[in-house]
Design a protein around this ligand. Sequence first.
Ligand code: PRX
Length: 667
Amino acid sequence: MVVPESQEKMYYPPVELQRNAHVPDFNSYLVMYKKSLENPEAFWREVADEFFWKKPATGPMLQHNFDMTKGNIFVNCMEGAKTNMCYNVLDRHVKEGKLGEKVAYYWEGNSPDHHMTITYRQLLSHVCRCANVLKQMGVKRGDRVSIYLPMIPELIVTMLACARIGAVHSIVFAGFSSESLCERIMDAQSSVLVTAGKLLQHQTYAICLDVTCCCTRRSSGVTTCLVIKHQAQRTRTGTSCNKLQTPWESERDVWWDEVMRDSPDECEPEWMDAEDPLFILYTSGSTGKPKGVVHTVAGYLLYTSLTFRYVFDHHPDDVYWCTADIGWITGHSYITYGPLANGATSVLFEGLPVHPHVGRFWEIIEKYKVTKFYTAPTAIRLLMKYGQEPLRKYDLSSLRILGTVGEPINPEAWRWYHEVVGQGRCPVVDTFWQTETGGHVLTPLPAATPLKPGSATFPFFGVEPAILNEHGEELEGVTEGYLVFRKPWPGIMRTIYKNQELFENTYFRKFPGFYVTGDGCRRDKDGYYWITGRIDDMLNVSGHLMSTAEVEAALMLHQSVSEAAVVSRPHKVKGECLYCFVTLKDSKEFNCKLVEDLKRLVREKIGPIATPDFIQNAPALPKTRSGKIMRRILRQIARNEKDLGDLSTLADPKVVEVLFNQRSEAA
Ligand code: PRX
């Protein structure tokens, strides 16, 4: 049993949950964890045994090299095995598991009037049809398919259809701008784009075809665009999908409904090698260029399946709801693959937590009797603002386990989640992981781990964390430093698409022998891990990671701007927000119009998630004598922290005073 640090309040697992749990107490966790590290071969083989393998593995469960001085970095899981992801998450349940009539998803649209239920059998049938449509379009094993869709069932259908025929999906969050989408399409070299009518404010619809227009302009190489009519478009009279902002190109654009209707609903899965790519998902890179993180079939299947089962203590009668968007890794791993691999029933929600009213989340929990609920700290902080009243109207007694992901959760939000949403009876699993890790790496197990608000607690099975200092020396006991991992687990990324060199340099060069997360971390006297946030030039706004360089590059596109520097500033709801310093070209004037223009520019280039909260005029930026921008000082100016410490490396200390004086203009 873990003994807490002196005054700290610990939250222990409820006994009712422990009775029937996969990992029923802390001791069981320790025993299984030890086994997973001492004998990974046996541990992962047992996990693999429940899945279908067309050909068994001939090599070990995991091989790797994490040391650049010894050769290329690689991870190899189950060499020689052949399987298919889609077969394992659908056919296996329908054919072998008799789960055909079980609900896979309760889809709840943005409008409460739109909803539907999809069983495993129906999902399989749609997926096969879509797979045949893609094949008809010439998509073959290994080809990339870009997907740019809101949270509608067709998104899951398309991703699984890709998996079925061995195509590599590249999903781009629908909140990204068309420019961002094009950049990703071009990097992935996709020739097919699947997109939809897009919901704009106040019931106006614009088709996403401005995206395809943009792609054509930039000769992205998209030759076929499969366009879905959103359900809201189908049911709303008077809204014509043909009133497109961009002309329909009959050579390229195809309506989903038309081709799906006549497509056969049987499709033999493509039997893939264990290490074939399953998908590419772009994440922000510190240089500003997004990196295409590659995940592969077998390892990702094992890892998302196992983490889902243990972290949410999944049981067949659960109704699970993850509010993330599938455009992010959380949606890939814990809306699509992890839950389906377990034959789970999930809620798939298209909308926002406060539309059409601030109790929407609670209403949906009551409606579907959700038992496991997984959301982001930013959503919790947003809903906290409305107090307890909106929750009181709904019956939340079905809830058993709550989860959070994406950013550090402040203890105040943690307690509100635990006490008000979970009524004090539901453990909160604070799951730390990344696009690159594929699944949870530091996380409590709900029936086993005593919780401390704000700590992601302990490593998941097979994961071996370490904390290093700047010199790469491993720090023991109570300490703080760089969070790294010593060994791979099956679900870790394999490379950056078409850029193995960037992959090795980004994650393995700094500390040979370790995967470097880019996060800082503290370990307390009970061995609990506490993520302290990014230690590179990344920002985490509402759980969305972005790079300062990316936003700076967008600002610099404005003809009045000669230099830009972006830092984070704490924000009550978003966690962090963007505070931008811009230096203007001679004779250009800083005014409200310019601020609005710059905000719009960033929205257009990257997407609404990157909209700056503050833009400050900076006649000059604080730099070292060698010309490097001193971001530490800018962060302190943004936060109005006057005690700046040692400024001796500054080329011109007067700059700082000017920036402090002008601060009020922005904030
Ligand atoms: O800084 C960490 C933060 O989010 C980063 C990963 O972002 P992304 O790849 O977009 O994936 C987000 C969803 C998995 C991490 O490097 N982060 C994620 N989860 C947590 C977190 N920080 C603290 N606590 C967490 N639970």
